[in-house]
Unconditional design. Structure first.
Length: 383
């Protein structure tokens, strides 16, 4: 069995982190899997591997701690970040761990882990470095969607293989002339064995539940969500509705303020972050998934939606069109609230007939996004 260390640095659980969790769970029976992870998210991976196979490198996001918070915030802002320096200090510890466990492949996820891995590879020259590209920040026009680290700080010539989670991501890297040694496109997959028998019933009432996943993150388009709901509120349509919001929501954030300013509190149920897989109960009870995201590589939420035959209304961006066929299992727009409002009203008026069409289409494409396919492709490249 090969020895593979999966390396993740993150400040919370999102789509990429779910993919890592699923990967470890699925591959641990076939490879000797190790995990290198920062303290802020270690709890998400409890009991998934033996303790000896997990290296907790400690706290990375120090500016989020209360002690000296102001000072640390000043050292971690849009002009300067303390995190790369902290990670560099931990590199020797990680390098020793890799050598002591005779790790052959280091597979990094997200920018900070790649930054650290490239530094480590200068010392551990024999190790193979793979990196999964989960996002497109820094390569799209919206300047507010800046990457954690500028891509100019990465020497991709030292990455043995890039793994793209969508055709879109690969095309984007190619168009921006980013160096690619070798690559594979491996779609994100999820394990729905325990949901294989789920059947979305025909809708019999006129109360619609709109699910939004993304909390108060700008990239997820919370402002467009509120604008769309405001238009629905003014449309005087017969059906009633409410919106369930999943994802981290900070106190006094703009999402909450926009809802209050427009007097839309009656329509919103702000749930906040829900640990997977408990969040899937909200997908089951919802009638549609609304994703006005400004950028998406290959969102797990959309894959979860098709496995539960939940119609999707989303921005025609990133890898979403590789999952959603416009007018068949969802609607794809141009991130304009008026257009989204029309999509939602149309879906409400023809819900059951659209649901049947979506179910038939999803049945054909679900195998493509099953975690088993992801495991097989990863095992192929590890070998």
């Amino acid at each position: 069995m090969r020895r593979v260390a999966i390396y993740l640095i993150s400040d919370g659980m999102g789509g990429a982190e779910q993919v890592v969790w699923q990967t470890i769970k699925g591959l641990s029976n076939y490879e000797s899997i190790y995990l290198i992870v920062n303290n802020e998210i270690t709890s998400y991976f409890t009991n998934i591997l033996p303790d000896n196979n997990v290296l907790n490198i400690g706290d990375v996001y120090l500016h989020s701690k209360k002690t000296f918070r102001v000072v640390r915030f000043l050292l971690n802002n849009r002009y300067y970040s303390l995190i790369p320096f902290i990670i560099r200090l931990k590199s020797a510890k990680i390098g020793n761990y890799l050598r002591n466990n005779k790790i052959e492949i280091l597979h990094s996820h997200l920018d900070y882990a790649l930054y650290s891995s490239l530094y480590i590879k200068k010392i551990n020259t024999n190790i193979k470095l793979f990196h999964t590209v989960h996002g497109a920040f820094g390569l799209i026009e919206d300047k507010l969607l800046k990457p954690l680290l500028p891509l100019s700080r990465f020497d991709f010539s030292h990455v043995d293989k890039l793994i793209f989670v969508s055709q879109y991501n690969y095309n984007l890297y190619k168009s921006k002339n980013i160096f690619i040694n070798d690559f594979k496109i491996i779609y994100n997959g999820i394990d729905f064995d325990n949901k294989g028998g789920y059947f979305r019933p025909v809708k019999t009432n006129k109360i619609f539940e709109i699910l939004y996943v993304g909390g108060s993150k700008y990239v997820k388009g919370y402002d467009i969500l509120v604008e769309t709901i405001d238009l629905l509120h003014e449309s005087n349509f017969e059906n009633s509705f409410h919106v369930v919001v999943l994802g981290s929501i900070t106190n006094n954030c703009e999402l909450v303020n926009m809802i209050k300013q427009r007097g839309l509190e009656q329509y919103f149920n702000l749930i906040g972050f829900v640990d997977p897989p408990l969040h899937l109960s909200y997908f089951e009870s919802a009638d549609m998934l609304f994703m006005p995201s400004r950028s998406e590589a290959f969102p797990i939420a959309v894959i979860e939606a098709i496995f539960l035959d939940l119609p999707v209304i989303a921005n025609n961006v990133g890898g979403i069109p590789e999952i959603i066929e416009n007018g068949i299992n969802g609607f794809l727009g141009n991130n304009m609230s008026q257009e989204y409002c029309s999509f939602i009203l149309s879906l409400m008026e023809n819900y059951n007939s659209f649901l049947l069409k979506a179910k038939n289409y999803n049945m054909k494409i679900k195998p493509k996004f099953n975690a088993i396919n992801m495991y097989k492709r990863l095992l192929e490249i590890y070998s």
